[in-house]
Design a protein around this ligand. Structure first.
Ligand SMILES: Nc1ncnc2c1ncn2[C@@H]1O[C@H](COP(=O)(O)OP(=O)(O)OP(=O)(O)O)[C@@H](O)[C@H]1O
Length: 601
């Protein structure tokens, strides 16, 4: 069946499971509110007619007291209903937010290249917030307002059938018009939302790179682009507002007309002696009351238009299932989960088969890969690493070295050929389990604004301090730890304690030691470091690679002294593969040439 916005909205219903009590309470409160609203004009009628016919003061006071009680009761019910609806909205949308964040955390790097964090924040929070009303009380409120409309018409019928006959078709026409107007603004709101998300993505990216932009004199250009984007947002917002304003204006006009109609009909009936003054007052009150549900329905339908757009954008995001699902580890730029929340290194999916313990072998067999069809990145790449063997991959920039690492980490699947780890081919459902046995270290180390303990254990509170201290020791960070003011509780990251690139890289190594992986993948881990710092890191790296199967991508061939074998890539093809010591000693080999010139290829 087609995936329509209505079906998607209905799909949100599953987030309301477990909220039966709140929904039942809301369902009880809604008709009560409607009833109390309908009582007030009737009290007014009795009071006016009673006063004009000389009813005793006690009777008039009783009617007035009932009027006040109804008004107060209505306020109390409205506050209670709003509170219930808000609570329901928070609970259900938070569930949806958590689901979306978990989905995003499982996406590969390419996903984050397509969606900058600013855009994702707008979707995960902005779009979900726009759904809040729909998920909590939209249906109930629409039902309540519809009930109020019916109630008003019934009350008018009770007062005078002529009045009811005038109002019923008028109200019906207004509602039909509303129905026709729903959805008109959706394309315009979609365009506006897309430009807002684009702007947020742009702002996030430029603010993150503010230092580079200023240093390179690009601030002025950034401001010009910002003005352009703000102009686009303004234009689209204006267009959306123009269409959106159509129906509130229509409804306002129609409800004003309904009051005039009530006035004219009541005065006419009163003049003919068919209506008492009190009834005329009551009719006018009902006509004014009728504006309320019509305007409320308008507002709710507008909210619904926004929700249709948001649910479409969220469905688009959830449909993105490129690459393999990974464990919800921290993607670049992602915020850490709240302290005390679920551990970031959550358990792999139920259908995942665990990899066996101990060292694992790695095998590429006739692997072909491309990111974009027609632009081969790897062509017929084959190699085998026995358990505990370490491979150094060198080659010119763009020769496909990082791609080998990404394939091994399950970020992409080969187009042809097979990749096996521990004798098992990497299949999407097993990727989370595989990543439990692999440590990937790149030049980008994300240090979270959190304690050193949380930074190492990725917020997993079940990891004991002794294991963390041991990992820090293995990474050679014990001296550094002693200098920290609060030890493992020292807060690192933005706005807190600054770290050098070398210290960050050592933290990445300590994270790897803590996980005790069978396979280590390193993608130019020292690219940001000067040769001196690189030397300081060398012993920790050597310790990490010892007795583990490893693939190390390096630009500087001299830094590959810990590996057993060398693979030289050129244009995505293997042009040399062999024992490091043999290749280094062979003056005819490419690797020997690289060592001599000190270049990558
Ligand atoms: N996500 C991507 N989408 C499209 N093309 C990509 C993507 N990532 C890499 N490429 C392209 O694939 C080719 C190989 O990239 P890869 O990063 O594997 O090379 P590399 O040898 O590691 O380069 P470097 O030494 O500069 O890091 C390059 O031409 C690159 O432009």
């Amino acid at each position: 069946m087609a995936d329509t916005p209505w079906r998607r909205l209905r799909g949100l219903g599953r987030h309301l499971r477990g909220e039966r009590r709140s929904l039942a309470l809301l369902a009880a409160v809604v008709p009560l509110g409607v009833g109390l609203q309908l009582v007030a004009p009737e009290m007014l009628r009795r009071f006016v007619d009673g006063a004009l016919s000389g009813s005793p003061d006690a009777v008039l006071l009783t009617v007035a007291a009932w009027y006040c009680a109804a008004a107060l009761g209505q306020t109390a019910v409205s506050i209670g209903g709003d509170h219930l609806a808000a609570r329901l909205a928070w609970r259900t949308t938070n569930r949806l937010r958590a689901e979306l964040v978990a989905h995003c955390l499982r996406r590969p790097a390419a996903f984050y290249q397509r969606h900058p964090p600013g855009e994702l924040v707008d979707r995960v929070d902005g779009d979900v917030t726009r759904l809040a009303g729909v998920m909590s009380s939209l249906l109930l409120e629409v039902a309540a307002q519809a009930l109020l409309v019916v109630g008003i018409l019934a009350a008018l019928f009770r007062l005078d059938q002529v009045l009811a006959l005038v109002f019923a078709p008028f109200t019906l026409c207004t509602l039909l018009l509303l129905r026709r107007l729903v959805g008109r603004a959706v394309p315009f709101v979609t365009a506006r939302q897309a430009s807002v998300a684009d702007l947020l993505g742009f702002l996030e990216e430029r603010l993150a790179g503010a230092e580079d932009l200023t240093a390179n004199g690009a601030a002025r250009h950034t401001m010009r682009v910002l003005e352009d984007r703000l102009g686009t947002v303004y234009d689209r917002a204006r267009r959306a507002a123009r269409v959106s304003v159509l129906w509130p204006a229509t409804v306002q006009g129609l409800s004003a007309a309904s009051v005039v109609l009530a006035l004219v009909v009541s005065v006419w009936l009163h003049a003919r002696g068919q209506l008492t003054t009190g009834t005329a007052f009551a009719a006018l009150s009902y006509a004014m009351l009728l504006r309320r549900p019509l305007l409320a329905l308008t507002a709710r339908f507008q909210e619904l238009e926004g929700a249709i757009v948001s649910v479409g954008r969220l469905a688009e995001l959830v449909r993105e299932r490129d690459g393999h699902d990974g464990p919800p580890g921290p993607p670049p730029g992602a915020r850490p989960p709240e302290a005390g929340g679920p551990p970031a290194l959550a358990l792999p999916p139920k259908d995942a088969r665990p990899w066996r313990d101990g060292p694992l072998d790695l095998r590429f067999e006739g692997v072909f890969f491309h990111y974009d069809p027609g632009e081969p990145v790897l062509t017929d790449v084959s190699f085998h690493l026995r358990p505990g063997e370490r491979l150094g991959v060198v080659g010119r920039t763009g020769s496909g070295k990082s791609t080998v690492v990404r394939l091994l980490f399950g970020l992409h699947r080969p187009v042809r050929g097979t990749i096996t780890v521990g004798g098992r081919e990497i299949r999407p459902p097993d990727v989370p389990a595989l990543r439990g046995r692999i440590a990937l270290i790149t030049q980008e180390v994300h240090v979270f604004h959190a304690t050193l303990r949380d930074n190492l254990a990725f917020f997993d509170r079940s990891v004991g301090d002794s294991r963390i201290l041991d990992a820090l020791g293995q990474a050679g960070l014990d001296g550094w730890l002693r200098q920290l003011p609060d030890g493992l509780d020292t807060v690192l990251g933005s706005g807190a304690r600054g770290m050098s690139a070398g210290e960050e890289q050592l933290v990445a190594l300590a994270r790897a030691f803590l996980r005790d992986p069978a396979v280590v993948l390193m993608d130019e881990p020292t690219a940001r470091l000067d040769p001196h710092t690189e030397e300081l890191l060398a012993p920790a790296m050597e310790r990490l690679l010892r007795d583990r199967t490893a693939v190390v991508v390096q630009h500087r061939p001299h830094a590959l002294r810990h590996v057993d074998r060398i693979l030289v890539l050129d244009g995505g093809r293997v042009v040399e593969h062999g024992e490091r010591t043999a290749l280094a000693a062979d003056p005819a080999s490419r690797f020997h040439g690289l060592l001599r010139t000190g270049r990558a290829a």
